[in-house]
Design a binder for this molecule. Structure first.
Ligand SMILES: NC(=O)c1ccc[n+]([C@@H]2O[C@H](COP(=O)([O-])OP(=O)(O)OC[C@H]3O[C@@H](n4cnc5c(N)ncnc54)[C@H](OP(=O)(O)O)[C@@H]3O)[C@@H](O)[C@H]2O)c1
Length: 258
C-alpha cells in the first residue's frame, strides 16, 4: 500500500506565487489537498493560476501583496484569513536578486534586495505567526508550518550576487531565531536552500556564455526545475515533519559540496 502526504483541511499562504518556485509550490500544495492563498503584486497572473487550480478540482484564493510595504502585509494576511480561513502553512517565498560587484551596490540596490528578501520575509512570517500563536494558545495540539525560502547563497557566498547572498544568510538565521521562539506554540519554522533552479529570476542567464560556464561547473552539469523541490516542500508542510524545527535544508543537487 502506498503512503502519501495529505494536506486536506489545511490552508496554505504562498507568497510570490505569480511565477517560478512559488507558482509550483502552490500547485503542489493544492494537489496534496490544501486550500491555497496566492499572494504577490501581479494579481492577473495569480488569477490565471487560481483558474488553473480550480479547473483541477482545487481551491485557491488571490490576495494582493507587496512585501516591501508593512501595511500591505498586514492587509494581505487579514484578507487571506477572511477568504480562506485561518492559515496553517506559510511558504515565505517572495524574493528578488541583483547582479553586481559589492563595490557597485547602491543604497537603492541594498534597499530593494533587503526590503524584499529579508525585511519582507520577516514581517510576513511575523504577521502570520502572531495569528497562529493567538490560536495555538487555545488549540489542543497546534500544528503550524512556516517554510522560508532562503538559498544556497545564504550558506556560501557566490560571486556577483554578494548582496543577495547577504540577504539570504539573514533568512537562514531568521529561520533559526523564529524556530527557537515559536516552536513552543506549535509552529515549526524551517528553511529550504535551493540551488540553481530555472525560473524568471535567472532564466536570462542560462543562455549566456557565463551561464553556460556556470552549468559546466555544477556537480551534475544541470540546472534544476521548480518541481525538483516538490518532495521537500511537502514534507516540511506536513504534520509528519513535527520533529523538524529550525532546520536549514539544502536542495542544491550537491552544489554546496564542491
Ligand atoms: N531560482 C533559483 O535558482 C533560486 C535559488 C535559490 C533561492 N531562490 C529563491 O526562491 C524564491 C522564488 O524565486 P524564483 O526563482 O521563483 O523567482 P521568480 O520567478 O522571479 O519569482 C519571484 C516571486 O517573488 C515575488 N515578489 C518579488 N517582489 C515582491 C514583492 N515586493 N512583494 C511580493 N512578492 C514579490 C514575485 O511576484 P510579483 O512580481 O507578482 O510580486 C514572484 O512571484 C526567491 O526567494 C528566490 O530568492 C531561487
Amino acid at each position: 500500500m502506498g503512503r502519501s502526504i495529505n494536506l486536506e483541511g489545511k490552508v496554505a499562504l504562498v507568497t510570490g506565487a505569480s511565477s517560478g518556485l512559488g507558482k509550483r509550490f502552490a500547485q503542489v500544495l493544492s494537489q496534496a489537498g490544501a486550500k491555497v492563498v496566492l499572494a504577490s503584486r501581479r494579481t492577473e497572473r495569480l488569477k490565471e493560476l487560481r483558474a488553473e487550480i480550480e479547473a483541477s478540482g482545487g481551491a485557491a484564493h488571490v490576495v494582493s501583496l507587496d512585501v516591501t510595504d508593512y501595511q500591505s502585509i498586514k492587509a494581505a494576511v487579514a484578507h487571506a484569513e477572511t477568504e480562506a480561513g485561518t492559515i496553517d502553512i506559510l511558504v515565505n517565498n517572495s524574493g528578488v536578486s541583483t547582479t553586481q560587484k559589492l563595490t557597485e551596490v547602491t543604497p537603492a540596490d541594498f534597499e530593494y534586495v533587503f526590503d524584499t528578501n529579508t525585511r519582507g520575509a520577516f514581517f510576513v512570517a511575523q504577521e502570520v505567526a502572531k495569528r497562529m500563536i493567538m490560536r495555538g494558545n487555545n488549540a489542543q495540539k497546534p500544528s503550524y508550518r512556516i517554510i522560508n525560502i532562503a538559498s544556497m547563497a545564504g550558506l556560501r557566498v557566490l560571486p556577483q550576487i554578494g548582496l543577495y547572498s547577504m540577504s539570504k544568510a539573514a533568512v537562514v538565521h531568521m529561520t533559526k531565531a523564529m524556530a527557537l521562539e515559536w516552536g513552543k506554540h506549535g509552529i515549526n519554522v524551517n528553511a529550504i536552500c535551493p540551488g540553481y533552479i530555472d525560473t524568471e529570476i535567472n532564466h536570462h542567464h542560462w543562455s549566456t556564455e557565463q551561464g553556460q560556464k556556470l552549468v559546466s561547473m555544477l556537480p551534475r552539469h544541470r540546472v534544476g526545475k521548480p518541481d525538483d523541490l516538490d518532495g521537500l516542500l511537502l514534507l516540511l508542510a506536513a504534520d509528519e515533519s513535527q520533529f523538524i524545527n529550525g532546520s536549514i535544508i539544502a536542495a542544491d543537487d550537491g552544489f554546496g559540496l564542491a
